[in-house]
Design a protein around this ligand. Structure first.
Ligand code: PEP
Ligand code: MG
Length: 567
């Protein structure tokens, strides 16, 4: 038997045959020229145009039947296939150098990719997309199967190194039982999509691509393991999971421990569309509205009116409910062309988040004014927080800007260890804190959150991270004069959606948890099985462990409900 271990990103237990992702399209021979006695440059150029159009049309067609989240990704990839610079570059190589259509497309795509890579950050991530298009057009020219997710009549477990956005978008949840990749990290595109779909998934599981297709395996998404020995026990676990899915958990909109202790369960959103879904999932409000998601493609700063409309559309979904708006968190993996500089050697440690406002104070003033105006015309209870606050001085300045704009609940995100350690002072001026465990983990562990190879370090179960959460809650209680309700602390990183970790966070003193709406039912159910004394004891237990793995194991052993629900 072989067991492969990675990072579980979405719970689920399934048995099924492996089907490996189609291998990438092989590179056409360097310097390959077309046979001038058999064809002409015009004919080769025509083949390129037709192949690019065919790929574009197929992706567009697929987008029509795709899930909502997938449509934009497919449209974007289709757009790249139709991109004139890719096609013109290839046609030029054919006509001027006599290259074969295949080689010309390959080289032209590489030139586009180099340009994107040089732009850095968000644009550099598009390199994967252009490479994906390159493979599709070359496969089309050769008359080969397109690269990517294999087609099968029967359900299968997909293994891959990682998935390109267009691949993930094309996943058919009816056919794909689980997804296991050897690369990718817990914050990767693949992981986020798997969570949105509720598809059992593991990332960073080294060696899984060596498993032969058709091998029967058992995948446990919560444990992060894939095993090639499928016995009676594994089959039973998979059956139990299937049974549980027939009556999926739901959330009634009121998060509480078993003794009635209140824990607000909120949603993370990036748009009004997300807000609608969150409201439909009975979220008690919004714990993180990532406003920068609205403007990732904007070259210019959005106007006051435009922003007011966008925020208003979100607030309208939550009358009389809390909506925590985060001011623009630009930089690192989310550059905004009108706000961030793109030539920093280490953008995650650079001018990002609240820091971008030093050189652009008017951008923050305009945003706060837009939020205040939208709040005035709606009934939502609007709270506002700044990302990446590191010092007491920054907290004071932000709070005073909020007050000037007429916003009554200013707060801070705790994502930088210094802010966690000085929470008693940072939460003097600020009225609440929300811990961004994704960034807090990457900064506490000095491990890039986007890197699959550092997934073990980049784990919010790390005792060092848990101690920073505790320091924040303890500091907030001091700032509130001993009453934690006066300076409530929430968590809005991915950690909040992990039901076992949610128990620990509440035990450490966290008052609200904000997550993708799909995670609400499981978190609510697990919290409802423990009382305040128990969560405190469990939190102490986690803090006392030497490693993330030990902490997780010790806590899971205290929560039998997790095993019962296959979480
Ligand atoms: C976080 O860092 O945990 C967080 C919620 O912010 P983001 O993931 O948007 O950086
Ligand atoms: Mg963050």
């Amino acid at each position: 038997m072989t067991e492969y271990a990675g990072v579980g990103v979405c719970a689920g237990r399934v048995v099924g045959p492996v089907l490996a992702m189609a291998p990438p399209v092989s590179e056409p021979e360097q310097g390959a020229k077309f046979d001038k006695t058999a064809t002409t440059a015009e004919a080769e150029a025509e083949r390129i145009k037709q192949a690019a159009s065919a790929v574009r049309d197929r992706l567009r067609e697929a987008s029509k039947n795709a899930r909502v989240e997938a449509q934009a990704i497919l449209q974007a990839t289709a757009g790249m296939a139709a991109d004139p610079s890719l096609r013109k570059g290839a046609v030029k190589l054919v006509t001027e150098s006599g290259m074969t259509a295949e080689r010309a497309v390959w080289e032209s795509a590489n030139t586009v990719a180099e340009k994107l890579a040089a732009m850095g950050d968000y644009m550099a991530e598009r390199v994967n997309d252009i490479n994906d298009v390159r493979g599709r057009v070359v496969a089309e020219l050769r008359g080969e199967q397109p690269p990517g997710v294999p087609q099968s009549e029967t359900p299968f477990i997909l293994t891959a190194v990682d998935l390109a956005p267009a691949d993930t978008a094309l996943l058919d949840p009816e056919k794909v039982l689980a997804l296991v990749t050897s690369g990718g990290g817990p914050q990767s595109h693949t992981a986020i999509l798997a969570r949105t779909l509720g598809l059992p998934a593991i990332v960073a599981a080294k060696g899984v691509t060596d498993i032969d297709s058709d091998t029967l395996v058992f995948v446990d998404g919560a444990a992060g393991t894939l095993t090639t020995e499928v016995g009676a026990e594994e089959r039973q676990k998979a059956e139990q999971w299937k049974e549980l899915q027939k009556n999926p958990l739901t959330f009634d909109g009121d998060g509480r421990l078993s003794d009635g202790y209140k824990v607000q369960l909120l949603a993370n959103i990036g748009s009004a569309k997300d807000a609608k879904k969150a409201a439909a999932a009975n979220a008690e409000g919004v714990g993180l509205f990532r406003t920068e998601f609205l403007f990732l493609d904007s070259k210019e700063e959005p106007t006051l009116k435009e922003q007011e409309k966008q925020y208003s559309d979100v607030f309208a979904e939550f009358p009389d409910r809390k909506v925590v708006v985060r001011t623009l968190d630009a930089g690192a993996d989310k550059p905004l062309p009108f706000l961030t500089v793109d030539d920093e050697p280490n953008p995650a440690l650079g001018v990002r988040g609240y820091r971008t406002h030093d050189d652009n104070p008017a951008v923050l003033t305009t945003q706060l004014t837009a939020i205040a105006r939208a709040a005035f015309f709606n009934k939502a209870e609007v709270w506002v927080m700044a990302p990446m606050i590191a010092t007491v001085g920054e907290a004071k300045d932000f709070v005073s800007m909020c007050e000037d704009a007429g916003l009554k609940r200013p707060g801070v995100m705790i994502e930088v260890p210094s802010a966690a350690l000085c929470a008693d002072k940072v939460l003097g001026p600020a009225t609440f804190a929300s811990i961004g465990t994704n960034d807090l983990t990457q900064y506490a562990m000095a491990a890039d959150r986007m890197l699959g190879s550092l997934a073990e370090l980049n784990d919010p179960w790390q005792p060092g991270v848990l101690r920073l959460v505790k320091a924040t809650c303890d500091g907030a209680a001091v700032a509130g004069g001993g009453d934690p309700k006066l300076r409530p602390v929430g968590v809005c990183g991915e950690a909040a959606g992990d039901p076992a970790l949610a128990v620990v966070l509440v035990g450490l003193g966290v008052a609200s948890l904000s997550m993708t709406p799909r995670s609400l039912p499981a978190v609510a159910r697990v919290l409802s099985t423990v009382d305040l004394a128990a969560v405190k004891e469990i939190a102490e237990l986690a803090l006392d462990q030497e490693s993330a793995v030990d902490a997780k194991e010790a806590v899971r052993a205290k929560l039998p409900i997790l095993e019962e629900l296959g979480l």
